[in-house]
Design a protein around this ligand. Sequence first.
Ligand SMILES: Cc1cc2nc3c(=O)[nH]c(=O)nc-3n(C[C@H](O)[C@H](O)[C@H](O)COP(=O)(O)OP(=O)(O)OC[C@H]3O[C@@H](n4cnc5c(N)ncnc54)[C@H](O)[C@@H]3O)c2cc1C
Length: 470
Amino acid sequence: MRADSPLTDDKKRSSVPLDSVPPNYLEDASGLRGHADRVIIPSDESEVVAALREASAAAIPVTIAGAGTGVTGARVPFGGWVLSLEKLSHLEVHPGYAIAGPGVLLRDLHAAAQRSGQFYPPDPTETSASIGGTISTNASGSRSFRYGPTRRWVERLRVVLLDGRVMPVARGDAIDFDPGTIPLPDVTKNTAGYLLRPGMDWVDLFVGSEGTLGVVTEARLRLLPIPPAVLGGVIFFPSDEAAVDAVEVWRTTASPRMLEYFDALSLGLLRRRFPEIPTAARAAILLEQELQSDDDPELDAWLTRIEESEALADDSWVALTPRDRERFRHFRHSLPELVNDTVRQSGAMKMNTDYAVPLARNREMLAFYRQRLEAEFPGRYLIFGHIGDAHVHVNLFSDPANPGQATALLLELARQAVALGGTVSAEHGLGKRKAHLLKLQYAPEHLEAMKAVKRRFDPQEILGRGTLAL
Ligand SMILES: Cc1cc2nc3c(=O)[nH]c(=O)nc-3n(C[C@H](O)[C@H](O)[C@H](O)COP(=O)(O)OP(=O)(O)OC[C@H]3O[C@@H](n4cnc5c(N)ncnc54)[C@H](O)[C@@H]3O)c2cc1C
């Protein structure tokens, strides 16, 4: 085990100057910054066991660190030790599955799977995330419209608990206590708090638990064969309504693996990098459809669907080549970068949402977003993301001197999502920055059920202290 400060007793440990911990272990992409006494970087599972036993014996808080791309402050430590899994990066690819250490980066898993003619369906935009982090947040991405979130692709886990026990768990292994059940929202993606539902297994419980129940030291992940062909397209529309109408039709009459939305303000920002975006476009949908071959009849069916919608069909981009598909994905991935550039240049503060609603309430939620954002932040927001799952992200550019207005509005939007039967977190988790939203979604008795699970694994509240505020 390597520690950045090789101290042996608690007295010395607590006297380590805070700035001896490298800053990258004290933050994530949320902008939250914490403090810690020590960073431990185990080389193998036995060193994870030793670290957790030592921390438990001395009641020292431990925050598990993945790659730090989280947007909720979940891996930001508020004291104690940081346990970074970066060296547990073994990766084996087999037909149908991969065995990955938690420190493997998502992009390395994607690349290794691709070399074997396979792919790993979860595709969060940020591919420098670690496998441990994506499991812990139950991350999802644009392909989740068809393939669901990370949870669906985890077959087995090895998890080290605070008392040093190593739990190898597989799909179908029943939980040996009654975790209770809570009413879950009727959405296709939900990662707010623990999943407590009838018939769940150990894998279900650990996935999405945001580093608060145990340390994932290995995962077996399901892979699929790469499809023979994929149609990609960026379809432009003259209005938001036309785009939403098309999504409602395409969601039920076709089986795309991706339906991603861009509003007019998103397109305005993207025009800086993609001036070829048609001037009449006020909304766009990025789509991908898997095909059996380059002349699969589904290809023509899509061209007809696009023609029959109110799309700007002649100005839209449709292609079959991997190169063009990459270009379209680059288009999608450019947006968060452009948002961050805008923040840097303008000095504004970015605040965003991760709410999802039942599919039938998609239009209603979008209309509410638009109405409230136009009233309070005209021209200073974007709406984009996973419209196929009724899960779009709102990004607000707020005045850093007066964050109160944006905070209040985001809370109002969260309340509306819950009122429509939705979730306050579809894919990012709640971490520390958004933990307060959990009580909007769940009644006190449901929060108590989650707390009881937490107490069972971590009675001293050592692991991920502050995350989920449980
Ligand atoms: C530009 C950008 C785009 C993004 N796009 C998406 C997206 O499309 N979809 C999406 O879902 N997310 C997205 N994210 C958020 C982020 O990438 C994910 O939440 C990701 O899963 C975090 O992984 P990480 O390795 O960086 O984890 P970290 O940020 O380091 O940690 C996240 C959580 O995982 C826990 N953890 C880490 N490793 C382990 C382990 N081995 N055992 C137990 N717990 C562990 C931590 O304690 C913490 O609670 C995006 C982020 C950015 C910056």
